[in-house]
Ligand binder design. Structure first.
Ligand SMILES: *[C@@H]1O[C@H](CO)[C@@H](O)[C@H](O)[C@H]1NC(C)=O
Ligand SMILES: *[C@@H]1O[C@H](CO)[C@@H](O)[C@H](O)[C@H]1NC(C)=O
Ligand SMILES: *[C@@H]1O[C@H](CO)[C@@H](O)[C@H](O)[C@H]1NC(C)=O
Ligand SMILES: *[C@@H]1O[C@H](CO)[C@@H](O)[C@H](O)[C@H]1NC(C)=O
Length: 345
């Protein structure tokens, strides 16, 4: 992992860093390079080892915040871009405050839901059209991102994209507000190369964003990259959990998460939280409210998870989807899992 990319990640995670069009922040890039130049080999090696041993993004972030490389970095930020220094300090304080962990680590399998179907508007990109990926197209384990590439909202080859491009596509397509968009896209910053771009498949690197116990993918099972191939047997198994044969409810997704987790090693924090959040993102982008439940029609489930394409008649939500919307449905999925598990004992 390049140190400068991690710096950019931490600051970007604070959701306020001003990005340039190539998806990186020139000041952050410059300061991280300068800080690295000004630091001794010993300091850099210690940092590299700490990051290598860290089992999570939060762990990596802590390495940087606690490293002797941080003071020259901050001093450069203070001189060159004081607002980014404030963001960096905030992000570092988040790494030691568990309730804010999600904002630092961020990103996940994907995104979608809505609570406000009645106010949905027509999707602005009617002209876009679905094409399944070719063998050489680069894809993620995240259905919601793959949808954007397969529909031509993102470059179809999935190569050389930038975090800013991802953010714009998510905002325009799923109407996630700025906060949620930053949250969903911030993990991507980790994978950015020197030229400011990354390929969608980079996100499949196991154990960073990608994780085991996916609803529709096989476990990485020792491989460097998790599978981006949808396992159709799993798609059918999840669809079969529908309580009424028409939709997947919060309860049904809880069943699906439990079934997936029963087959894989424990996920651990904070990945477990993200794993419960992933169906919430889908529900918020593609689902609809029924009474006090939020549901995803089975047809939509099969389109999004099975084929990574827009459901028939897809419309984006009129009301921007917020981080709290997603967290609240995720909390209900987590609670339903606990209830189901308790009921079985
Ligand atoms: C880092 O080195 C540059 C020259 O490469 C120097 O101008 C700058 O003051 C140094 N910054 C710190 C914080 O040591
Ligand atoms: C963004 O998220 C943070 C943390 O959840 C919250 O404190 C802040 O109010 C949010 N900002 C907006 C504009 O929603
Ligand atoms: C990104 O673009 C800015 C100006 O647009 C440039 O100064 C900077 O070097 C670029 N960063 C990378 C990593 O290419
Ligand atoms: C797909 O999932 C099924 C059920 O979990 C499993 O038996 C199978 O090995 C998986 N992989 C493939 C390539 O079918």
């Amino acid at each position: 992992m390049r140190v400068s990319a991690l710096f950019v990640l931490i600051v970007a995670s604070a959701a306020s860093a001003q990005s340039t069009s190539n998806g990186t922040n020139a000041c952050l890039t410059q300061c991280s390079q300068q800080a690295a130049q000004n630091s001794t080999t010993d300091v850099k090696e210690k940092l590299a080892k700490c990051i290598k041993d860290a089992s999570s993004l939060v762990g990596s972030a802590k390495c940087i915040c606690n490293s002797d490389i941080a003071p020259p970095f901050e001093s450069c930020l203070q001189q060159t871009c004081p607002n980014d220094k404030a963001s960096f300090d905030t992000a570092c304080s988040m790494t030691i405050c568990p309730s804010r962990l999600t904002l630092v680590t961020v990103y996940m399998d994907t995104a979608r839901v809505s609570i406000l179907v009645s106010s949905a508007v027509a999707f602005p990109w009617k002209a876009r059209s679905f094409l399944p990926p070719s063998d050489t197209d680069s894809r993620t384990p995240c259905p919601g991102l793959n949808v954007l590439a397969n529909e031509g909202v993102l470059p179809r080859d999935g190569l050389n994209v930038t975090p800013d491009l991802i953010k714009q596509a998510i905002k325009d397509t799923y109407n996630f507000d700025a906060n949620l968009t930053d949250f969903v896209a911030s993990g991507a910053v980790l994978f950015v190369r020197e030229d400011g771009t990354f390929d969608l498949h980079d996100l499949a690197k196991h154990g960073i964003i990608e994780h085991d116990a996916s609803l529709v993918h096989d476990d990485a099972d020792g491989a460097e990259f998790g599978s981006v191939i949808t396992n159709q047997t799993k798609v059918q198994a999840v669809a079969a959990l529908s309580s009424d044969g028409k939709v997947l409810s919060i309860h049904d997704f809880a069943l699906a998460r439990l079934a997936a987790e029963a087959q894989s090693p424990p996920l651990g924090d904070p990945i477990q939280g993200f794993a419960d959040m992933e169906p919430s993102l889908v529900l918020n982008a593609f689902g609809r409210t029924v009474g006090d439940d939020v549901v995803l029609d089975l047809d939509a489930f099969k389109s999004v998870y099975g084929e990574n394409r827009f459901p028939t008649g897809f419309v984006r939500k009129v009301q921007p989807v917020t981080f709290d919307d997603v967290q609240s449905v995720a909390d209900r999925i987590t609670a339903a899992k606990k209830e189901i598990t308790a009921g079985k004992r």
